[in-house]
Design a protein around this ligand. Structure first.
Ligand code: ZN
Length: 508
């Protein structure tokens, strides 16, 4: 334990949704000197995210050094045997984040808005403001007062206004920029005021803006100022730790990348059109299923107002919750419904005649489940499983994009990735789309396979985020050959402070 006594400091800056291409494209032109310093003085590299590359799974991997199959969070939701979607959450009491592990060894941390970490630390050694997607909670009155003083209230919840077109992307960018600046100033104040071994500040506004902006012609105008502001904070941290003559390491990490989205592939429409899935007879002709459109809109608006989609409905009364489950991913103006496209749900499938269906993961990675005995309305018996799986994989491989080239660039086995689990039903096939495409399981068309992305899908996640390292203990040569993934981050931090318990996954 002697090495723990050496006073070392570590600063970790988290940027939700930051790919290398974006930083490299913007940094010179917009004077992002903080980011530039990583490449000049240390390293700035690609960081492999989880499958699928989603915030809900990737941050817990960063915090724990575990893969999704180990920490058990595949996405915000999972699917149960009755085809309903259930919330899943990262549980820090089961799989402690690095700051809690270090706290047990007597090290003090400041942790500001870690994405997906919604609970205060059990240790007094951790000053924490909890992260997105819920409203911030504070580990002490001191923190709460400081946040108030700097005008920091967490990431602004303006998704509904944006989707309804009541707020422009430029206006949203300004709001997000204000909250990034407030978080930075608050963090600077606390770093000055208290003496921490570890400081972790996590910025999430960048993930929100990219979804609305990346494929717009004017994307740079609304996106660049956010990254520039975070880069300024990084630069301040580097200057500060140098000025204080600290023995420190500065790390930059993002949970996944981002890319402009030009087209959506409708996976369930494809499964139906190819005879792998069947919808109930009346679904194709009904204009809106279940409850009336105005009621649906009203509920959805309420959901969006209460907080961020998905994260809120476990706090709602049962009946409302059931309806909300069907509405969380719905577009607000329902512009496509009644045209060539209509929204479909798991309940719209004739499951007894459905061999496979897609759910849960929008984005560059799609997920397909074989409708076997794990589900309540089994549509495929055990003798068919291998053949159907192979048929779907081979058909996926043969798919052409709207441009005529290969649409699916990778196929992954869900069981191999997640292992056999008791707590959720693992997808059988995961498939990766080509650049600038995402998959979408929530629309049906009997004639179309592609659809233009909605207003909140103009950008989406890509599989490579970034990792940056600058500091005395960084051996860049040693790292230059190896592939670095999100689960290497936590163990590297632990090893830096002398905890070798996850040495195999550490970069040091
Ligand atoms: Zn993210």
């Amino acid at each position: 334990m002697a090495d723990l006594i050496v006073r070392k400091k570590l600063y970790l800056i988290g940027v939700d949704s930051a790919p290398l291409w974006l930083i490299e494209k913007l940094q010179k032109k917009h004077g992002m000197h903080g980011f530039e310093k990583f490449a000049k003085e240390g390293m700035l590299r690609n960081l492999e995210s989880t499958l699928p590359p989603v915030t809900a799974a990737a941050w817990p991997s960063i915090y724990t050094g575990l893969e999704p199959g180990e920490h058990g969070v595949m996405d915000f939701l999972c699917i149960d045997s009755k085809y309903s979607k259930q919330l899943i959450y990262y549980d820090p009491s089961k799989f402690p984040p690095f700051w809690d592990t270090l706290a047990k060894k007597g090290l003090r941390s400041l942790v500001i808005t870690p994405a997906m970490s919604l609970q205060k630390s059990p240790s007094d050694n951790v000053d924490i403001i909890t992260g997105w997607p819920l409203q911030p909670r504070y580990s002490s009155k001191e923190l709460e007062d400081a946040a108030k003083e700097f005008g920091f209230k967490g990431e602004p919840e303006i998704g509904l206004e944006l989707e309804k077109g009541e707020m422009s992307v430029e206006q949203a960018s300004k709001r997000y920029l204000r909250s990034i600046k407030a978080r930075s100033e608050l963090s600077k104040y606390l770093i000055h005021k208290n003496d921490y071994d570890l400081v972790f500040v996590c910025f999430t506004e960048t993930d929100r803006i990219q979804h609305y902006a990346l494929s717009l012609d004017s994307w740079e105008k609304s996106v660049a100022p956010l990254y520039k502001s975070i880069s300024d904070f990084v630069e301040w941290v580097m200057d500060y730790t140098a000025k204080e003559k600290e023995n420190s390491m500065v790390m930059l990490v993002s949970d996944h990348g981002a890319q402009p989205i030009k087209n959506k592939f409708l996976i369930n429409a494809w499964l139906v059109q190819n005879g792998f899935a069947k919808l109930k007879g009346d679904v194709k002709t009904k204009s809106a299923s279940g409850i009336g459109t105005s009621v649906r809109k009203q509920i959805r608006e309420r959901v969006m107002k209460i907080g961020i989609r998905r994260a809120v409905y476990n706090a709602m009364p049962g009946a409302l919750r059931k309806m909300v489950e069907r509405l969380v991913d719905e577009i607000p103006d329902e512009q496509y419904i009644g045209g060539q496209y209509r929204k479909i749900y798991e309940t719209d499938f004739d499951m007894r005649s459905t061999k496979a269906f897609a759910a849960i993961s929008f984005g560059t990675i799609g997920m397909i489940w074989l409708n076997d005995k794990r589900f309540s309305s089994q549509g495929i018996d055990s003798s068919e499983i291998g053949r159907v799986k192979e048929a779907i994989i081979s058909a996926l491989k043969g798919l052409k994009s709207a441009e005529g080239d290969k649409l699916v660039i990778g196929i992954y086995d869900g069981k191999r990735y997640y292992g056999n689990r008791n707590d959720f039903i693992v997808p059988d096939i995961m498939f990766e789309m080509k650049e600038n495409y995402i998959n979408d399981f929530s629309y049906f068309s009997s004639s179309e396979l592609f659809m233009e992305p909605e207003i909140n899908r103009k950008g989406d996640h890509s599989r490579l985020g970034i990792i940056g390292l600058v500091g005395s203990g960084v051996d860049i040569k040693k790292m230059s050959k190896r592939k670095i993934a999100v689960q290497n981050v936590g163990p590297t931090i632990l090893a830096y402070f002398g905890d070798k318990s996850m040495k195999d996954r550490s970069l040091l």
